[in-house]
Design a protein around this ligand. Sequence first.
Ligand code: UDP
Length: 251
Amino acid sequence: MTESTQGIAPEAITILNTPVHSVSMNQTLHLVHRYMTEPGLHQIATTNPEFVMRAQHDDHFRQVLQEADLCIADGVGLILAAHWLGTPLPERVPGSELVYKLAEMAAQEKWRIFLLGAGPGVADKAAAIFQSMYPQLKIAGTYAGSPDPSENELITQLIKNSRADILFVAYGAPNQDKWIARNRETLPTVRLAIGVGGSLDFVTGKTTRAPSWIQNLGLEWLYRLLQEPWRWRRMLALPHFAIKVLLTPRS
Ligand code: UDP
């Protein structure tokens, strides 16, 4: 794919039967521009090895990822796996960096952003931070709520009334991605919806990202584990992922 994307669908590779698109951060931003001019809701997933392992036994989640418009490689494990499998990806595209770039673009283009999910007060605080960084930004609304289907109607009505163009959903995977897929047809103004995981927690400083030298060593996952040790069980997905990839025939 060229840097301008030129209306062509991005190429996807598959890692353990799960799609990951071969795009850089710049290409992702070009695609976002295109999505915003096309009708319908476009879904972006911030795929990491935990997503891939979940998709091995959760058919619905795998289908959601397969039907998403764009699955960016958010996780060094995917970059290493793609290289090992002989289908290298251009670079890591972290959702936690993309949210700032989307907020900046939205401020320039007058796109309205709605922040859904995260813990009590987090979406409001993140909205205020984005607003102070990008004063032209229009925040369409914020709501913590829950991904439980019982709240679906209330939340979709809120978003509809807000006339949001872009939706950040912070319910963690797979719930955030399933939530978006379930509501694709019920949010007529939204052109782009992205599952942002813990990104709003990073924005507000509730949790912090690893220093860049730790990121460069590919050890951001370890930093996160030390900061949030309750993640250890979920993070067992990482060694399982590595073993499964190493056992996969290379192309
Ligand atoms: N979260 C939420 N409601 C839920 C589950 C999670 O608002 O029912 C929020 C949580 O507060 C956090 C975000 O979802 O802000 C991402 O969760 P997690 O850190 O588990 O996701 P990851 O970044 O690992 O995908």
